[in-house]
Structure formats: C-alpha cells, structure tokens
Design a binder for this molecule. Sequence first.
Ligand code: C2E
Ligand code: CA
Ligand code: CA
Length: 768
Amino acid sequence: MFRLSDLRNYRQTVIIVVIMTVILMVVSLVFQNKIREVMYGDVKENFVRQSLIETEAINKSFAGIVDAMKSVALTLGDSKNIGGSSSIKALQSVTDVTGFSTVGVVDIHGVTLHGDMVSRDVFQKISGAFQGNSVVTIASSNSGGSYDVIFAVPVYSGDYIKYVMFIRSSDDELIEYLNRGNNFIKTERTVMTYLLYNLSDVVYVNHSTDGRLLPYFTFNVLSQRYQVTSPAEMKNIIEQNVNEIYNYKVDRYPEHYLSITPTQFDGWSYAMLIPVDVVNNNPRMVMGMFLVVEVATILVLLILLLSYEFTVNQNQKRIYKLAYQDEVTGLFSKARLREVFGKFIAGSFDGKDLFLVKLEMVNRQYITRLYGFEETERIELHSAEIFRRVTDPDVFIARVQDYFVILYRNADIQYVRDYIGEFLKDLETIPGVDFKAYFVAGITNCVFDDEIVSEASEDRLDYDLDNCTIAITQKALNIRCHTITVYDKAMRLEIIRSEQIEHELQPALDRGEFLVYLQPKYDLKNNRLYGAEALIRWNYKFEGIRPPYQFIPIFERNGSIALIDNFVFKKVLECQRRWKELGYRQIPISVNCSQVQFMNANLLTELKRQIQGAEDLVPYIDIEITESATIDDVRHVQEVLREIKKLGFKISMDDFGTGYSSLSNLSLMPFDIIKIDKSFVDRIDVRKKRSQSVLLIKDIISIAHHFNIHTLVEGIETYEQKEILRGLGCEYCQGYYYAKPMPLEDFEKLLAQDECFIDKCETEGQKA
Ligand code: C2E
Ligand code: CA
Ligand code: CA
C-alpha cells in the first residue's frame, strides 16, 4: 500500500531539484548580461574579422583587374599602332577576363585611340594614370541609375608613358566580377556588404541589399558621430578606426551594425552591415536554448532521481520485508526480534522483568498429516492474526521458523503465565476448523546471573531461546493439551551433564564400569525362585553405583542404548552357560529391550548373532518390552516380536498398565508374561481387600489368563501386598520384599542354594 509517509524521500528530492532549478535560473539571469556581452563580443569580432577578409578579397579582385590590364599594357607599349590586330586581340582579352563592357586607349591629349570616345569628365579621372598610377575610380552616376567604374593603367613605351589604357564597367558588372567565388556573401543573407567610394557613392556587392541609401546615410551617421564635414576627414577617421563597429540607424532602415574598412585603392572602402537583431537574437536564442536545456536537464534529473528514489524505496521495503517480516504470517522476523530484544534488554535493570516465550504447536505434525498443510497454515495465520491485535508496547511478538516468540518486559512470571494462558485459549478454537491446535510454551526469565551469558546483549537472544527450547523438551510432549514449562537453570546443567555422559558410554564399557545386577523373581505359590531380571548398573569412574534413570534416557535419546542392551544380553548368556555347566537349575532370566530398539533395523540380526552356538540357552532368556513400545506402530512391533519369538525367546510385557495400551494388544502380541506395574501395587490399601484397585488387578489377571498369558507383579514390598496378589491368582512376583537387585555373585549363591523363600510375616508380627 502506498502511504504518504513513503514520500518523505521523494519530497526531499523534489525540494533539492527545485532549489537546483532556482539556483540555475538565478545564476543564468544574473550572468545573462555577461553571457550576452561575451556573445556580442563574439559576433562583433567575427563581423570585423569577416569584413577584413572581405576587404582583402576585394583588394585582390581589384588588383587582379589592374594586373591583367598592366600585362595587356605591356603588349600595347611594344606594338607599333593600337589598331593593329595583336593589340586589338590583347585588349579583347581584358574584356574576356573581366567581362567589362568597354576597353579603350587614349593618348595624352584625350584622343581616343581605341574604344568609345571618352568625355572630358572621364578623361579627367583617367589622367591620373599619366602620372604613372593605376587608377580605379568611380566615374559618374547617371541620374541615380548605374555607375561607371573606370580602371586605368599607363601604357609605357620604353621609359615614357605613351597612352593610357582604361576599362569602364557598370557597377552591376563589377558586382558580378567581385562576387565570383565569394561564399560568405552568398550564404550570409542577413549580412550586407558594400563598396564605398569616398563614402559618398556606392557599388553594392550583396544582392540582398536594398537601394543605394547606404553611402549617404553612412556619411551622415559617421559625420554626426565624429562631427566631421569633409570626406577627406571622414576617410582619416575611418582609417584610424578600422576595427570599429558603428551603430547604423536611419528612419526607413532597420538598425544595423556597420563596419567600414578602407581598401588599398584610393578612395574606396568596404562596408559590411549586420542587422542589430541578428546580433541580439543570437544571445537571446542561446539564452533561450540555455534555459530549455537547463529545464530539460532538470526534468531529466528529476525523473531519474524520482525513479531512483522509487526503486530504492521499493528495494528498501522489500529488504525490510525480507529481513523484518515472516513470509507466511507477516509477523516480525527474528532479525527484528533481535533488535527489539536488544532494546528491551538494554533498558532492563538486570533482566529480571524480561521474559521470553517460545510457543510451538505440538500437534502440528498430526494436523498436517491428517488434514493437510493448508490447515496447519490456516491455524498459524489465525494465530498470527490474534497476535497482531496485541498493542501493548511491552509485548513483542515474532515468528521464527515454525514457532512464535513472545517478549514481555516489565512483567512477572505469573503475569506471563496468565497472558500465555489467555492466548492459548484463543488459539484453541479456530473458526471453520473442527480440531484443536495445542501448543507448548517454554518460558525463560532473561536474568543476567547465568554463568554462560551474564550481560545484556542482542546475542543473548539465542541463548534465551535455547533456554525456552530446553524447558519445552523437559517434559514428554503431550499432543492432547497445552503445556507451559518455565526454564530452570538445573535443566541446562542436566543437559550439559547428559551431553558429557553421551561421550562416556563406550570408554566406560571398555573399562568395565558397567555391571549387571540380577533381581530374583519368585513363584507366589511356593516362594520358590522362579527367575530373575537383569538390570544395568554403572559404577561411574569406579566412584559409586549410578541407577539407570540417570543415564538410560540419555542413551535412549541418541540410540546408544543398544550397546547397553547387548552388553547385558551377553552377560546373561554367559551366566546361563556357566550355571548350566555347573549343573544349576535352569531358570529364565529376563533382559530389558528398550523401545527405541524397535526402530533399530539391526535388532534381529544382532540377536541372531549373539545366540549363535547358544541356542540351547535361548528358551531361558526372557525379553522385556515396555508396554508403551507396543502403542506406536502396532503392526511393526507385532512383526518384530513374532520374529523374536520364532528364535525361541520368551517375551514379557513390562510396566503393564502405564502405557494406556488397549487390552486387545494382549491378543495381538505374542506375550508369555505381563508384568503388572508397581503403581497398581502402590494403590492397594491392604486393609480393604475388595477395593477398586484390587478388583482392577483381579480383572487384569483374569483377562491375561484368558489369553494364556502368565502374570507377574512388580514392586512388592510387603508381605500383605504379596499375599493379596497371591490371592488374586497372580503367579509370579518381583520386589524388594523378596530381594533387591544384586550382584551376579550374590545371585549365583542364591541359585546354588535354591531354597524356598521364608516369609517375613512372623518376624514382622513379632516386631509388632
Ligand atoms: P524396570 O524394567 O521396570 O525394572 C524394575 C525396576 O524396579 C528396577 O529399577 C528395580 O530395581 C525396581 N524395583 C524392583 N522391585 C522394587 C520394589 O519393590 N520397590 C521399588 N521401589 N523398586 C523396585 P532399576 O534397576 O533402577 O531400573 C529402572 C529401569 O531402568 C528399569 O525399569 C528399566 O526400564 C531400565 N533398565 C534397567 N536396566 C536396563 C537395561 O539393561 N536395559 C534397558 N533398556 N533398560 C534397563
Ligand atoms: Ca524390566
Ligand atoms: Ca517394570
């Protein structure tokens, strides 16, 4: 969802861009004049440079005409008479080269020797050539129409001047001639170029010029400016100000800049005009372009920045989501939990008021297996929904892997328990779901007095989560109710201890720290020794005997219990062999087979291997299997038991009555004996011989007998108990009343004597 607050970065960007734009605009406005100046300078400079180039070109053109005439004049000087064919041909060549209309030759008296007659005026202008000069001059203007330009050169014969040769052209012809190969004039239409004669008359060069106003006004303009009256003065000024630009302003005429450059020919100047607009428009246009580019750049920048911001923002959101949000539930992730945990713990005095709860669905696997993954997810989403409603700033809820983590600060354990209890009630029933989800909660108080982690830090989180897990795994998981367990330091120590023990098993077996004790079993009818149960003992580091409950669960967890069971089995076989050889009565000895062994594919192979060569002893080995082992996978257990049975072993169901197995299992499994658990005996009130518990035992015995299964009662400690059981028809008995588990040597003595047990009732009675 798009929120306005997301725009924070965009707004910054826009502000930056706007500021940039304003700065750029202000800068360009402030420096506008400067820029214009620079550009005017450029245009003017170019203008002057161009006019010098043009002048140069015109100088050349003029010189070219004169040179051509001079070379013809040489021919004329040598020829005997002007009218001769060679001289006519030479004169004709000048017309060919220049295209000018009239070529003529006059003598010192003004008599025309060739070409048209010259008037007095014209002769006067030509006569300068009789002083040895080349003359280029304007001759006349026929009433504002065309002008005659006269070029004249002296014709020498030896050292003296014999004639003057002249050509006369109209201004149009001259323009034609001068424009040959002049690209600048052709392309730059706005620029007007003029040829001026004494600033008072004109031959215009550029086709685009209009009228012949220029010289007159030029003179006016310049004379006003310099307050001069005569052309000679003006010429002087112009020669001094070759590179100057004049403002040329006359009523009918648009304002121009004007440059005037004298040519090398006397009285002739070259004028160039450029409209002021062209000069001014240029910078204006450039300024405009500059602005357009400026705005376009800013726009592009803005778009780029915005799209960049947008991408960054999207990415940030994505990253935040990835890092801080659980994908399935949308709750906070572990990364966020770690941060909040760090914050909470930093603000906590000693962690005493800070609690961490790990909440895991216990029947998750069952639900998934029975109803499908979607249902599990539905429950989780529903739970997340409930958690999301929490607004308490002291409570933080996250989802890590497939469990929830709740963090409480400023709380005490009872408060946390109640809070979790409320949650669990809410989580139990989910709309549209028929079954119930059960959770297990592990709570830990994040106090800082642990040896392992004793300070407040984010890293503590894993340690405290670990503690929650320890608390959870303390109790056997019950998947039919909610469980709340509070972590205790002893739990961790226990785990550390069991981890140590795990590695000690094999070396201890090798060193012979393990012992087999035997607890006798008696026949209730006659108090005769009936058999025995082999029970393991660990003389830990030879420092003292440890009872099985301290190590068996640990080895069951990692599967190494098989090593113990095999060890006991081997020891029992050895004993049986020995006693047979000694000629003792052969009695069944039972060994315990841990329920984890049923998952062990090698169980049968191992048994077969062990009994090789001892087949005769097998009927005297009884294998005890706890009742709970038969609940999980009935068919598999049934199969394994049948195989065991086939090998010739007897099988007992141990701890009968504790595992909630159905009595129907009795008919399915090939048991020889059921061992009624001590808890039944404990419930007997010896004064009430017909109490419920007694009746229950009686029923169990009769059902067992119905299936041809013998019964043995465990944990008989008194004569009265024994008597009651005997009265109920139970056949065998095992308990401290008869004997405690004892070392092999002790049992061997007992077997050797093979005497009946003498009841202690009289002794008890005497005491009483
Ligand atoms: P269990 O198979 O039910 O063994 C009987 C336990 O009850 C023995 O405890 C025995 O000492 C005790 N007991 C017998 N009579 C009485 C009595 O009158 N009163 C009282 N209070 N207790 C009595 P133990 O030897 O500590 O063994 C505990 C459990 O450890 C056994 O229960 C068995 O499940 C397991 N265990 C012992 N040895 C082995 C073994 O070699 N392999 C396996 N897998 N488990 C074993
Ligand atoms: Ca047993
Ligand atoms: Ca038992």
